[in-house]
Design a protein around this ligand. Structure first.
Ligand SMILES: [Zn+2]
Length: 245
């Protein structure tokens, strides 16, 4: 293995993780404050994922008083983070960086259903995406829906060099993506893998990265216990387990 990738195998706060029923209830986590604005963006392939990078100032996210500038977002299919061992069809990572280079990433899970507003804007471009970057014009990051409940932990980049110190926020609400959108993404990724001859290696086997253990830093943000207990969302089981801790 490349020595620069040492952290991927030996790091202590490696992402992704499985979000299991050992989650700690931590109501003090605040609302996510974001101040996004439309900016010009390009779709690109980064070898193993499809990424959209904002070229102009697309605004920022504020976490605990620190501003993180919005840099890019990218998609993983299937999801990287799992919930009680289960993968979702798709996971969007929205990546931000502060003035000293530290990163904050938002993870959003998707299952098959209604179309996703961001992917709707990009669909035709995705279908024609090859090895060359495509200018997609002005994209408003505000169309990415977050929600008010989330999981928080300190982790790492999920790909080499697996740098740690990334603040991860995984949204609790599972969003939906249409089958057409998902296959457009998969098709674009497959095209890239084929062109790089990486199709058979398109998994974590490339860098031997293990699943991170659930860190003690895992926190679960929820303000109204009742509301979550009554919800039929997938997070309900997590909360029941939380109460047993
Ligand atoms: Zn990612």
């Amino acid at each position: 293995m490349n020595p620069k990738w040492k952290l991927c195998g030996e790091g202590k706060q490696q992402s992704p993780i499985d979000i299991s029923d050992k989650v700690v209830h931590f109501p003090q986590l605040g609302q996510l404050e974001r101040d996004y604005k439309p900016a010009r963006a390009v779709l690109k392939n980064s070898g193993h994922i499809i990424e959209m990078k904002w070229k102009g100032n697309a605004g920022q996210l504020n976490l605990n008083g620190t501003n993180y500038k919005l840099i890019q977002c990218h998609w993983h299919t299937p999801s990287e983070h799992t919930l009680n061992g289960t993968k979702f069809d798709l996971e969007l990572h929205v990546v931000h960086q502060n003035s000293v280079g530290e990163r904050a990433a938002i993870g959003i899970w998707y299952k098959i259903g209604d179309s996703d507003p961001l992917l709707s804007e990009l669909l035709e471009k995705l279908k024609s995406l090859g090895d060359e970057d495509i200018d997609v014009g002005e994209i408003n990051p505000g169309i990415i829906k977050f929600g008010s409940r989330y999981y928080r932990y300190d982790g790492s980049l999920t790909t080499p060099p697996c740098t740690e110190g990334v603040v991860w926020t995984i949204m609790k609400k599972v969003r939906t993506v249409s089958t057409e959108q998902l296959s457009a993404l998969k098709g674009a990724i497959r095209h890239i893998h084929e062109s790089l001859g990486l199709l058979k290696k398109a998994n974590y086997g490339i860098w031997g990265k293990p699943w991170g253990s659930l860190a003690m830093t895992m926190k679960y943000s929820v303000e109204k216990l009742e509301e979550v207990e009554n919800s039929k969302s997938i997070g309900g089981d997590v909360l029941l387990s939380v109460e047993q801790i």
